[in-house]
Design a protein around this ligand. Structure first.
Ligand code: ATP
Ligand code: MG
Length: 397
């Protein structure tokens, strides 16, 4: 018997027509996640197998737990003998190594030509276990160890150890999106959920030096790095927003500052997305969270773009978002106390129900096309890898 890691795909298996594309993408993503570990990965009839020397298997499992599109990660054994006596002996050998009292054997048989039914295999193997390991008992309802046996075309699999995977779709199978990534709690979580549905992310961050600090920028890079764990690497576009923001501050009535500022962010994001073949924008907006996230505000802000805007958190409560942020390990970074460019210009009474007419009228006070073009021309783009040891990021302008 050979000890291996077996990957089950879950929801993926419903993608009948383009399953080949989904699986080859998953295989590439798995290979990328396991880079540096000596492994061999093979797709075979509804399962993916990862072969590695035993000493690497725990590391393999840890990496696979960060790969979307995997429903279950199984540490199991594979053998090419279909002889029922050998199957029984193998099962006895595996169960002998464990310390427990009750067990159950469950057999699946994708090889329908096999001479015994699933039930017959379970019964024969179960009887053999009882005979050979005297202290064990069968418990069909609540066994301590459920030993599963799969009789397949080319091999028999044995396993009792299953670990839940992240689910979702393999990253890259559902296209590309641009995440508006601030240093806050929400946007990294929104990005994570988009990646989960198979979208490969790039990100854009608006900074306003000297009103925002280098620490705020580092924090966003750190958050991008945390997302890169799931996305392989992330291209982060950094836009200097200072001139636009100062111009807004000088020329726009106080209560509309945020509304207009967000319209500018959307305009720039749409152009970056189109330039980089992203099909959608993603952000961390959540209905009602702040004045700029009422339905009327969202309508006024959204009106400046044609590209679809996905808001994975729009119906989440803040506490639910915080729970997720903790789970994906972005929370502690997000709450570091560095100002981002929204918070320093927050008006006392931001408009809750802005109108499009007023937005358009006020924007006539600014030559925003020129400002946007300059900001885009001066964009800094960096590639952030999950494996970067420190905060050193490579320039790929
Ligand atoms: P977060 O929502 O990420 O916690 P926040 O609360 O500071 O940050 P909001 O004012 O709620 O941000 O803005 C809503 C969304 O707009 C953010 O989730 C993010 O997607 C986007 N956004 C805000 N500020 C920036 C920025 N400086 N750069 C890029 N995107 C931003
Ligand atoms: Mg927010």
């Amino acid at each position: 018997m050979q000890k291996i890691v077996i990957i089950k795909y879950g929801e993926l298996s419903t993608k009948k027509d383009n399953i080949g594309f989904f699986l080859s993408t998953l295989k590439n993503n798995v290979a990328k996640a396991l880079e540096g570990l000596p492994t061999q990965i093979k797709n075979d009839s509804g399962r993916m197998f990862v072969y590695a020397a035993e000493e690497y298997l725990n590391a393999v499992v840890a990496k696979l737990q960060k790969v979307f599109g995997i429903y279950e990660i199984i540490i199991g054994y594979k053998d090419d003998s279909f002889d029922i006596d050998i199957i029984s002996q193998n099962t006895v050998d595996l169960l002998k190594k464990q310390n427990f009292k009750t067990f159950k054997i469950e057999t699946k048989r994708s090889n329908k030509n096999y001479e015994l039914t699933s039930m017959e295999v379970s019964k024969k193997v179960g009887a053999s276990v009882l005979k050979n390991i005297k202290e064990l008992e069968v418990d069909v309802h609540n066994p301590e160890v459920l030993m599963e046996i799969e009789i397949r075309q080319k091999e028999v699999l044995y396993y009792s150890q299953k670990i839940k995977g992240l689910g979702g779709y393999p990253v890259g199978t559902l296209g590309h999106g641009l995440l508006m990534l601030s240093g806050g709690i929400d946007s990294p979580v929104a990005g994570y959920l988009a990646i989960k549905r198979g979208i490969r992310l790039e990100a854009v961050y608006f900074e306003s030096p000297p009103h925002t600090s280098i620490q705020a920028k580092n924090k966003v890079q750190e958050l991008a790095k945390k997302l890169a764990v799931y996305n392989a690497s992330i291209k982060l576009h950094i836009i200097n927003f200072t001139d636009i923001q100062e111009s807004i501050l000088r020329n726009i009535p106080n209560d509309y500052l945020i509304t207009i500022m967000r319209r500018m962010m959307y305009r720039i994001s749409e152009r970056i997305a189109k330039r980089n073949h992203s099909q959608i924008l993603i952000n961390g907006e959540s209905i009602g969270q702040v004045a700029s996230q009422t339905l009327t505000s969202m309508k006024c802000i959204n009106a400046v773009v044609n590209i679809p805007v996905i808001r994975p958190l729009c119906c989440f409560d803040k506490l639910e978002i915080i729970d997720l942020a903790k789970k994906i390990d972005t929370y502690e970074t997000s709450i570091l106390p560095y100002e981002d460019c929204c918070t320093i210009f927050v008006p006392k009474h931001p408009v809750i129900n802005p109108t499009l007419e007023k937005c358009e009228e006020y924007e006539k006070n600014i030559d925003y096309e020129a400002l946007i073009n300059t900001a885009l021309k001066n964009a800094e783009t960096i590639l952030i890898n999950a494996n970067d040891e420190t905060n050193k990021y490579s320039d790929i302008l």
